[in-house]
Design a protein around this ligand. Structure first.
Ligand code: URP
Ligand code: ZN
Ligand code: ZN
Length: 534
């Protein structure tokens, strides 16, 4: 075993032991309603629930079986047939239903300051929406404050004070100097961050250079952290935007036209090749096009450690909506990289079903119609982002499982387990195993869902999936051992969510040292040359 692997195994054991650390003491229960964050709260009983889920099909990423699941103090205590319990235990009959790990969304932006405004969903309303849709943990992107990682981290700790479910952080890197390099170390070794995002787009704000990307890759590798990229060529996007404005295209369709798939393909290829050059694993966020997906497929086929994350919007929507004559209708779909032409989504679904892409995120980054209207005269000013936290599980189930493209076990893998593995918190999260956190959903395959901004829990007044209906419904969500969603009623508890520290050196780091050693020994350099004498 190389030293990375030993470190990983030790950290996994520590993570697993920490399962037995007690739950948060907060016990406020809040009523559901529109504008969920504004709901009133009352103090409820103090003891964590004992729950027995009876007779369901328990699904993990590697197997499924009919079994009972018993939960106590926020932890799964038993998974077996015919569990018998005494009084004081809440019993849920799950016969004919699936009992699965709560979803983990690897990609969200809650309370994010972006493009001159701030996302309408904060850590409470975004998480309330997530819980109603069967997601029990998410990983949000900390944006540094004036380049400072520590200031950014502190700001996000504050933003997350009203968290109603567990969450972790990625960190964006927006500039480079010795301080940033040192702070990355602190983030990994002390703050529980094991992934850093580099934006190759958003010229003039978040975008970084290839030089910075290389420095960042090297630093991530030395820390065992996972570099992530937003892969679009920001210089070319800037040029594309100018071109559209010169052509008089100022509406939302200009957004799609200014940043075509080729620019995503180019940046994805560049990031992959530079990651290969440094010999570091790489995670490509929001893969939206065939062009980017094919670069990932090629790299993975050659043995490179690249993870590709499609997002729900990219899987199920297409860009025709950006041509809608009504500005508000079109603008709500503006996100980056853009939602693509018909055909891309289907290809991304196929890539997900064959393992070319690994896990599904949302890139939940919501702005209401008033905020989207900032770009009424110029698509470049429309805040980029769409919703998805509440809808992801249902849409992936309907699009991928009901259609027969993936199995139920694969559903668990792409919505939960692989995220937990990649960010090194498995099996605490992403599994229904004895000792795992009691983050569990019960999905009824014979029921159905219907998406509408009239009933969703996000604070946004619009929903990009408005009117969608499908088979399969999350009927119960249990987060941290408490029932938070049942009978269409939400009981999210502000302050009950825990920050989940994520250790470095995930499984992708296995073999990296060996590859470096092989590379060095393959160089046949420096050549020792004899000094010529005259
Ligand atoms: O449009 C998007 N994706 N907004 C959020 C920021 C990002 O690029 O992830
Ligand atoms: Zn991005
Ligand atoms: Zn994002």
């Amino acid at each position: 075993m190389d030293s990375c692997r030993i470190t990983r195994v030790v950290l996994l054991i520590i993570t697993f032991l920490s399962l037995f650390v007690s739950l948060s003491e907060s016990n406020q229960f809040c009523d559901a309603g529109i504008g969920y964050g504004e709901s009133t709260c009352t103090v409820a009983s103090t003891s964590p629930s004992k729950i027995l889920i009876k007779g369901g099909t328990v699904v993990n990423a590697h197997y499924q079986e009919v079994a009972d699941v018993y939960i106590e103090d926020g932890v799964i205590v038993a998974v077996q047939k015919n569990i018998v319990v005494g009084d004081g235990v809440k019993i849920i009959d799950a016969t004919g239903k699936y009992v699965m790990p709560g979803g983990i969304d690897p990609h969200t932006h809650l309370a994010m300051e972006f493009m001159g405004t701030e996302t309408i969903d904060d850590f409470f309303s975004g998480q309330a929406a997530a819980l109603a849709g069967g997601t029990t943990m998410h990983i949000d992107f900390v944006i540094p404050v004036k380049g400072s990682l520590s200031a950014g981290f502190e700001a996000y700790v504050k933003k997350a004070e009203r968290a109603a479910m567990d969450y972790g952080f990625h960190m964006a890197i927006t500039k480079w100097d010795e301080t940033v390099s040192r702070e990355m170390e602190i983030m990994v070794k002390e703050k529980g961050i094991n992934s850093f995002k580099f934006f190759l787009a958003y010229k003039g704000s978040l975008m970084i250079s290839d030089e910075l990307l290389l420095e960042g890759f090297k630093k991530c590798k030395s820390l065992g952290a996972l570099p992530m990229v937003h892969a679009e060529n920001g210089d070319a996007v800037f040029e594309g935007q100018k071109r559209m404005i010169e052509l008089g295209v100022t509406g939302p369709e200009g957004h799609a036209l200014s940043r075509p798939p080729a620019l995503e393909g180019e940046a994805t290829s560049r990031a992959i090749r530079l990651a290969g050059f440094v010999n570091t694993p790489l995670y490509v966020v929001h893969v939206m096009s065939i062009d980017a997906m094919e670069e990932i497929a090629k790299a993975r086929k050659s043995g490179q450690k690249v993870i590709g994350e499609p997002v729900v919007s990219g899987l199920v929507l297409n860009d025709t909506v950006l041509w809608d004559p009504d500005f508000q209708t079109a603008a709500k779909f503006v996100m980056s990289p853009p939602i693509r032409a018909p055909g891309h989504g289907k290809a991304l679904q196929a890539a997900l079903s064959t393992g070319v892409l690994q896990l599904v995120g949302t890139d939940h980054c919501t702005f209401n119609s008033t905020q989207k209207a900032l770009g009424i005269d110029d698509f470049r000013k429309i805040p980029n982002g769409v919703n998805g936290l509440e809808e992801r599980m249902h849409l992936v189930w309907d699009t991928m499982v009901v259609s027969g493209q993936i199995s139920v076990t694969d559903f668990v893998r792409v919505t939960s387990t692989d995220c937990a593995r990649i960010f090194n918190i498995y099996p605490r999260k992403g599994a229904i195993l004895v000792g795992s956190d009691a983050d569990i959903i019960i999905l009824n395959p014979n029921s159905s869902f219907h998406i509408s901004s009239n009933s969703h829990h996000s604070r946004s007044d619009t929903n990009v999936y408005e009117g969608r209906k499908g088979k399969g419904k999350v009927e119960v969500t249990i987060a941290g051992g408490e029932i938070v969603w049942e009978n269409d009623e939400l009981k999210a508890v502000p302050g009950s969510g825990k920050y989940i520290k994520m250790p470095p050196f995930n499984y992708l780091y296995d073999g990296i040292e060996k590859a470096d050693a092989d590379y060095l020994s393959s160089l046949q350099a420096p050549v020792i040359r004899s000094v010529r004498t005259a």
